[in-house]
Design a protein around this ligand. Structure first.
Ligand code: MN
Length: 291
């Protein structure tokens, strides 16, 4: 199933050119705040699945009439893996030298602000930092479906609800990674969540990211250093994972700068694709960026 958020926090299931509106099944309601309808849908999915599959008596609208939003708008956390492909580590070592040179299997994970999430119809807004590069990182998002702590490798896929496309956007530089990666719109995710039953081989997914039609990143999840079960095992050894939590799996090589006017496309096999505009903010930057 393909699950989407749309029209100010409503949730639905995409079926061909239609969207089955599931908002009332989870007591979501338009404009409800905080916007957690998708998390309720994920947490209660097994109980609701039969009704959703039947599809009868549920309201429908044309997909083209819906404004798609980032699928999970208020997750408990967005976990992200650094340096999780060897070729990316190599390119960062030969670049600025500012990135620590050991990989995710020794470095662990970090968090991005949940408020940095944006959706398939939202532009990436570049902060007004003319001397800095803002880079795209093409990543598979893993969506957690079941609460768990100390999840074993063998049990990890049982906690995966589905997958989505995610771009980890970052200002390169010396500041704390969380700040450099947490500007609003620095975590585009979408265009929807594909449930795990429709992604037969998450360990061999082909993915690519293009800027203005030119491929910058092309990779396969088989080259992950910390693979999907290991990510879940590692993260849950520290923190409880909840339905709707997002894990950004780390970027392959080919990261590069974004500029205003660019069009960025991310596509992941069996998961989806989306194209995003890049625009420039003219807000005055905080002094911390000039130190
Ligand atoms: Mn990343």
């Amino acid at each position: 199933m393909k699950l989407a958020s749309f029209n100010h926090g409503r949730v639905g299931c995409i079926e061909n050119s239609e969207l089955i509106d599931l908002t009332d099944l989870v007591n979501g309601g338009e404009q409800s705040w905080p916007p957690v309808a998708m998390i309720r849908l994920i947490a209660n999915f097994n109980a609701l699945k039969t009704r959703i599959s039947a599809g009868t008596a549920l309201p429908r609208l044309r997909l083209q009439d819906a404004a798609l939003e980032t699928p999970i708008q208020w997750p408990n956390k967005v976990i992200a893996l650094p340096a999780n492909y060897r070729e990316h580590i190599a390119e960062m070592k030969t670049g600025t030298g500012l990135i620590s040179n050991f990989s995710a299997d020794g470095q662990g994970f970090f968090l991005k602000a949940n408020s940095s999430l944006s959706g398939p119809a939202d532009a990436i807004v570049l902060p007004n930092l003319s001397t800095r590069e803002v880079h795209h990182e093409c990543e598979l998002a893993i969506i957690i479906g079941r609460t768990g702590r100390h999840i074993s490798r063998a049990n990890a896929y049982a906690h995966v609800f589905g997958y989505s496309c995610l771009i980890d956007v970052v200002v390169r530089g010396k500041e704390e990674r969380v700040m450099r990666k947490s500007f609003d719109t620095f975590c585009p995710m979408g265009p929807y969540i594909v449930t795990s039953d429709e992604v037969a081989s998450p360990e061999t997914l082909q993915m690519e990211l293009a800027v203005n039609g030119v491929i910058r990143q092309r990779a396969n999840t088989r080259d992950l250093i910390v693979d999907i079960p290991a990510m879940i095992e590692m993260a849950s050894s520290v923190m409880t994972l909840f339905p709707g939590d997002i894990i950004a799996s780390g970027t392959p090589s080919g990261v590069g700068p974004l500029h205003a006017g660019d069009k960025v496309t991310i596509a992941i096999e069996n998961v989806g694709s989306m194209e995003l505009d890049v625009i420039q903010s003219d807000e005055h930057p905080h002094a911390v960026w000039r130190k």
